[in-house]
Ligand binder design. Structure first.
Ligand SMILES: Nc1ncnc2c1ncn2[C@@H]1O[C@H](COP(=O)(O)OP(=O)(O)OP(=O)(O)O)[C@@H](O)[C@H]1O
Length: 234
């Protein structure tokens, strides 16, 4: 029985492929039961490395099962399938942020602020629950200096750095520090941030970036402090 037929037998009708992760694919299905479209992440335990199956997947499922926040995707059910495959049925997100930035190039400040507030609210909720995100993005240019240098790190301060990088990408369509080598990236991360000349940045926004992109992790604000920052309050 194909994966799509397994899901059809329990009420999910295939619509389209959304995307692929390292060891999984995510597809869009319609659901009468949930009266909406759902995203199902399909993982094949046979084809995935042991650390992923034994550590990452149970951890991701346990976290998704515990959390309940308006800005965090909800998990509806887990479907075990023949051949050690598993389907995680989730709320379908409207659009991948990365794809949106590629499409519109820059997200206007007002809209960026609304979206960033939602991310900060979700991360604030997770940090208070003792959960950290850590893997917002996969490439080197998103990593804080302590990760590039492979030093012991505070995962909450790692999240603060990554959030700032994402906000910069939303507002400018480019990463704040761009270098091909690790050593060059570390040099740039220690210098004042360079803003593109054709985007207007007010002082509250610049101050927020200065704080969140502090090279020294303890100097970065907590997520609660970010939530209360004047740029987000106005
Ligand atoms: N609930 C969802 N709604 C809409 N799109 C989703 C949903 N979950 C994942 N996606 C999209 O599907 C793609 C693959 O996601 P997936 O979670 O499998 O991998 P990933 O987190 O991108 O990478 P990795 O497996 O390396 O952690 C991504 O482009 C992601 O945006």
């Amino acid at each position: 029985m194909t994966v799509d037929n397994v899901f059809k037998s329990v009420g999910y009708k295939f619509i389209s492929l959304i995307g692929e992760g390292s060891f999984s694919e995510v597809k869009l299905y319609s659901s009468l039961k949930h009266r909406c479209n759902v995203a199902i992440k399909i993982m094949d335990r046979e084809k995935s490395p042991a650390y992923f199956v034994e550590k990452f997947v149970p951890r991701e499922l346990s976290i998704l099962g515990q959390v309940n926040h308006d800005n965090i995707i909800k998990m509806y059910e887990i479907i075990e399938m023949p051949g050690r495959r598993v389907g995680i049925v989730m709320e379908a997100a409207a659009k991948d942020l990365y794809k949106k930035i590629v499409e519109v190039h820059r997200i206007p400040e007002c809209q960026s602020k609304t979206m960033f507030s939602q991310m900060v609210s979700a991360i604030n909720y997770l940090h208070q629950a003792g959960i950290v995100h850590r893997t917002f993005c996969g490439t080197l240019t998103y990593y804080p200096p302590e990760i590039i240098m492979e030093r012991p790190y505070d995962p909450k301060k790692y999240d603060i750095w990554s959030l700032a990088v994402i906000l910069f990408c939303m507002l400018t369509g480019q990463v704040p520090f761009n270098a091909a080598s690790q050593s060059r990236l570390l040099i740039l991360q220690q210098k004042p941030l360079v803003y593109p000349k054709d985007v207007a940045f007010g002082e509250p926004c610049r101050e927020l970036f200065r704080a969140m992109l502090q090279y020294d992790p303890p100097k970065r604000p907590t997520i609660q402090e970010v939530a209360e920052h004047p740029w987000l309050k106005n």
